[in-house]
Design a protein around this ligand. Structure first.
Ligand SMILES: [Cu+2]
Length: 316
């Protein structure tokens, strides 16, 4: 009954044809509430704090996930205590930028609904002026629109991880540097340099994990201000790359694939079965890799069975 109430109805057309109100199978409403926050956030594995602007105090913001056909019901709250106007631009939405994506003053809210029309992995971000500063200070996140079903071209993965790369500008108010691509000191992965790379950062304590032979699906988003990404699995080859995360756009057997600024793609890696291995998932652009864009993936029989599943897909 609950499904029936919250489902998406095509009453008008169907009623005319058969005189009944018929729900579209499985379509649902996905409610998303994002609160713009201007507050300090820990920005590295040592605990350094930074005056961030975020959604809900997190970099990246919460993972939004829906299925093709769903309705995404969005509420953006701009706290009264904030100083700036903020907004929300979902790359998965086909709407009116001056309406749904418009700026919201402190103490005000915005509500809108859009249909998840095309499968893929997409960035969302604040689009208020100056855009470079709102993104650089941390106002971005990921929305995954899953296809309605898995297929031979888009098999069910064993594990899933979301990785978001972004540029860190320590001079948080210097918009000119952000625009001119000067002064960025670190490449952040899910909000911290070398977030999951204890090999390169002695303060990192975590890595991604899988079991040998598993299909690991990486949803990768480039939230940089000015730098494209050359995403490469060290000691591996991408088994599949789904451009923009859409099952229709499948490439096979790829060493390195480019992800443009504000773009995203989905990458499948299948490690050799029967032996333990390690991969580093890196931006092979050296100015980014050596500043933090490197993530260790450990493939061992004893891999944590919960990692890359449930709420451990986007790890901050
Ligand atoms: Cu903003």
């Amino acid at each position: 009954m609950k499904r029936f109430i919250t489902g998406v109805f095509s009453c008008a057309a169907m009623s005319l044809m058969i005189g009944l109100c018929v729900p579209v199978a499985n379509a649902k409403v996905v409610k998303v509430t994002l609160t713009a926050m201007e507050s300090d956030v820990v920005i590295d594995n040592r605990g350094t704090k930074y005056p961030a602007w975020t959604y809900d105090g997190m970099i990246p913001g919460k993972l939004v996930r829906a299925t093709v056909g769903d309705q995404i019901d969005v509420t953006l709250i701009n706290l009264k205590t904030n100083k700036k106007s903020h907004s929300i631009d979902f790359h998965a939405a086909e709407v009116d930028m001056l309406n749904e994506f418009g700026s919201v003053r402190p103490g005000h809210n915005r509500h809108f609904v859009f249909k998840a029309g095309r499968a893929g992995v997409y960035m969302y971000h604040c689009a208020s002026n100056p855009l470079a500063e709102h993104i650089a200070r941390g106002m971005f996140g990921v929305i995954i629109i899953d296809p309605k079903r898995f297929s031979k071209a888009y098999p069910k993965p064993d594990r899933e991880y979301v990785l978001v790369q972004s540029q860190f500008f320590p001079d948080a108010d210097n918009v000119v540097d952000m625009v001119e691509n000067r002064g960025w000191t670190h490449a952040l992965i899910n909000g911290k340099p070398f977030n999951f790379d204890p090999i390169h950062d002695g303060n990192s304590t975590r890595a991604l994990m899988s079991k040998p032979g598993e299909r690991v699906r990486i949803f990768f988003v480039n939230a940089n201000i000015n730098m494209p990404v050359s995403f490469h699995p060290v000691a591996g080859i991408w088994d599949r790359v789904y451009v923009n995360g859409n099952p229709d756009n499948v490439l096979k057997n790829v060493q390195t694939y480019g992800v443009p600024v504000a773009g995203a793609s989905t990458f499948d890696l299948v490690s050799p079965a029967g032996r333990s291995t390690n991969n580093a998932l890196i931006d092979h652009t050296m100015s980014a890799e050596m500043r933090g864009a490197s993530t260790l993936l450990i493939n061992v029989p004893g891999a944590d069975p919960g990692m890359g599943k449930g709420d451990k897909i986007l790890i901050r």
